[in-house]
Design a protein around this ligand. Structure first.
Ligand code: 4NP
Length: 162
């Protein structure tokens, strides 16, 4: 991976890496680009389940994101503990199961300390303690994912600048 010593390296993680975490990746990259801080961040996403590896984000997720001018075009990949716990400073799960799965894969306190939950960065959607999985639900679930992620990425970005 390309990174420099001063770069903040953030990996977003969900189950399939086709709905929530690629959206978090796309929204965060868009915010960083808008702020002209591309040289200061390295952003990626991954899934704890490998069944969708190699796929584009879910068509519904891409369609809802496109309405807000986000292009989601990353290909799904599996979370690789050996590499990802080294390559990233923050590893951010979308729900409690993601966080539990990541913690079960960590092999040191340093690795465990990198694991956080996305909703911890919410400033408006503070009643949500997870980014709800939209996969088996209706269209409104995809809008809610984007609402929560826009809020949480803004909070995360602020924290990264502190
Ligand atoms: P994601 O959503 O974790 O936000 O990418 C899901 C995608 C696929 C499945 C579940 C959740 N699935 O069961 O295949």
């Amino acid at each position: 991976m390309k990174s420099s010593i001063n770069m903040k390296r953030i990996l977003f993680v969900c189950l399939g890496n086709i709905c929530r975490s690629p959206s978090a990746e796309g929204i965060m990259k868009s915010l960083i680009k808008r702020e002209g801080k591309e040289s200061e961040f390295y952003i990626d996403s991954a899934g704890t389940y490998r069944g969708h590896a190699g796929s584009l984000p879910d068509e519904r997720m891409r369609r809802h994101a496109a309405k807000r001018a986000y292009t989601l075009d990353s290909l799904a990949r599996t979370f690789y503990p050996a590499a990802d716990f080294v390559d990233f400073d923050l590893i951010i799960g979308m729900d409690d199961q993601n966080v539990a799965d990541l913690k079960s894969l960590a092999t040191s306190d340093e690795e465990r300390s990198k694991i956080l939950k996305m909703t911890d960065f919410c400033q408006k959607y503070t009643s949500y303690t997870t980014v709800p999985d939209p996969y088996y639900g209706g269209e409104e679930g995809f809008e809610l994912v984007l609402d929560i992620l826009e809020d949480a990425t803004a909070g995360l970005y602020q924290k990264c600048l502190e």
